[in-house]
Design a protein around this ligand. Sequence first.
Ligand SMILES: NC(=O)c1ccc[n+]([C@@H]2O[C@H](COP(=O)([O-])OP(=O)(O)OC[C@H]3O[C@@H](n4cnc5c(N)ncnc54)[C@H](OP(=O)(O)O)[C@@H]3O)[C@@H](O)[C@H]2O)c1
Length: 279
Amino acid sequence: MFQVDKSTYKLADGHEMPMMGFGTYKLDNPDLMNKTIATAYESGYRMFDTAQYYRNEKMLGDAIRNVANRDDVFIIDKVTEMNQGHDLTINSTDFSLQQLGTDYVDLLLVHWPVAEHFFETWHALEELKKQGKAKSIGVSNFTQSQLELLKTQADEMPVVNQIETHPYLTQQPMIAFDKKMSIVTQAWSPLGRGAVLDNPMLAKMAKHHGKTPAQIILRWDIQRGISIIPKSQTPERIKENTELDFELSDDEMSMLNVMNKFQRTGNEPELVYELGKQY
Ligand SMILES: NC(=O)c1ccc[n+]([C@@H]2O[C@H](COP(=O)([O-])OP(=O)(O)OC[C@H]3O[C@@H](n4cnc5c(N)ncnc54)[C@H](OP(=O)(O)O)[C@@H]3O)[C@@H](O)[C@H]2O)c1
């Protein structure tokens, strides 16, 4: 049985992480943030995803404090490309903690792999974990070869890889590889930023279950064993996205798995790795 406030994955480092969280990209004004986070918390979300790049850490920290105790929530933050390298990672994370108004984040991620600072950034995250400033450490947008490369020098491996995945970018080999490495895959843009929601096959499945296309996709993710962080600023959708207590058949799971078109909403991780920044 899936319950947004109770269902968790056990991470390789022993910590528990909610299966489902709430994305905050583009929530960039305090009123909207306060309203949205209050609705999300009321709807049962306990995990909140931000990033230095979103410039909303302070707003998110304030909004969370209005409705919840620190130990009731799981906060994810990410070190942006321009803050990578050893010292900048440490210093920028200290600033992020200040902005969030907390002593620690539950999960700290390298936002995108960057060739120039690849190992230094990871070693800084390992240090931040030792200092208790991050309970768990992980990566985002890492490919199989980047994880293999990281393994050659890492003292400990990431426990989460947050990647773009939705029905038009199913990422089955990447998810299988993460699993082999004991890494939980977390889906960013699980709804393809809306781009997949008008697919006719999804509509048919949704009708059959008396659910919406968004719920079908999010349920598919839970059944394929990955974590999800959909974003919505619409109260009805925030709640709707948590109502995932139904079951897709094996045939329906297979149908979703073959919708892949290698269609990205974000950049190619290999390109960001070379360029050193997203854009
Ligand atoms: N690690 C990374 O590099 C990375 C990159 C991008 C995003 N992320 C994280 O992942 C989170 C989620 O990704 P995302 O925000 O890009 O995209 P998303 O969650 O796939 O889609 C969000 C869009 O879908 C709409 N929506 C949400 N629920 C819906 C529903 N039930 N029915 C119809 N439309 C619905 C939202 O509209 P309304 O808001 O208008 O309701 C919004 O336009 C981000 O917020 C961020 O925290 C991480």
